[in-house]
Design a protein around this ligand. Structure first.
Ligand code: DGL
Length: 265
């Protein structure tokens, strides 16, 4: 397969914070040669409580930044931004943009599940994007979307991080399990970080982490477009945040090993 200069350009990933690193970690297992730029929009965290207009503005700014750096594709490693901003910005850029929800819904829906639960941020649930996309491919599917309270805060360490917060996870999970879902989609990139809590109440198999499906699709698509970077050399990585680089590195630890502080832009 040919490799050219264009293929060696980085792929941009973005999220409100460390959550998208759970996508990047899986991506890296499949495509170690790719050069990566990751942007954590930490100054605007959490995205889940922002309006559609705000989320569109943030996504435009980040995509403009990535376009200026020179990327060959962008991965929206954030459900909230995919739900609220992707449709509004997708036609403005000359490179492929991969949104997590729209990319994964088809692969999930075709499994003929009858009942699907979705935990996501308030903004994602408000958009109804998971239900809309799943029903496109399976009109009989029943979907229950629940906006989880402060789970992002727990992962980012901005909440109280006490027993009461963890009890709250139990109640929300119970409400979802009462719906008797075949599977529960973790529709926010931060939530796989809470798996240790979830498995106290149900089996790990109950959960779908869309990131797994997502990265397989991206690999497939880049391959079809002849855009993979086939060098057999580990790709380079550059990390950027909009504030608080030390906290970002600290929160990132569970899923990704950052060996230097991200650049603040
Ligand atoms: N990680 C993002 C998602 O997948 C949003 C987290 C936040 O609220 O900032 O939805």
């Amino acid at each position: 397969m040919t490799n050219n200069l264009q293929n060696s350009l980085p792929i941009g990933f973005f999220d409100s914070g460390v959550g998208g690193l759970s996508v990047l970690a899986r991506f890296r297992e499949l495509l170690p040669d790719e050069n990566i730029i990751y942007f954590g929009d930490t100054i605007h965290l959490p995205y889940g409580s922002k309006t559609k207009e705000e989320l569109i503005k943030y996504a435009r700014n980040i995509l403009d930044f990535m376009q200026n750096i020179g990327v060959k594709a962008v991965v929206i490693a954030c459900n909230t931004s995919s739900a609220q901003a992707y449709d509004e910005i997708k036609n403005y850029y000359p490179f492929p943009i991969y949104p997590i929800i729209q990319t994964c819904a088809k692969a999930i829906a075709v499994n003929n599940y009858k009942r699907i639960g979705v935990f996501a941020t308030e903004a994602t649930v408000k958009s109804g994007k998971y239900s809309e996309e799943l029903k496109k491919y399976n009109s009989n599917i029943r979907v229950k979307e629940l906006a989880s309270k402060n789970w992002v805060g727990i992962v980012e360490g901005v909440g109280e991080n006490n027993d009461a917060e963890r009890q709250q996870i139990k109640y929300e999970l119970k409400e979802m399990l009462d719906f008797k879902p075949d599977k529960i989609i973790l529709g926010c990139t931060h939530y796989p970080y809470l798996m240790d809590e979830f498995v106290k109440y149900t089996s790990k198999d109950m959960f779908i982490d869309p990131a797994e499906i997502f990265v397989k699709y991206i690999k497939h698509d880049l391959n079809m477009l002849n855009m993979l970077n086939n060098t057999n050399i580990k790709g380079e990585e550059q990390f950027y945040v909009s504030s608080n680089p030390e906290k970002f590195v600290d929160n990132a630890k569970i899923f990704y090993n950052l060996n230097k502080l991200p650049t603040v832009v």
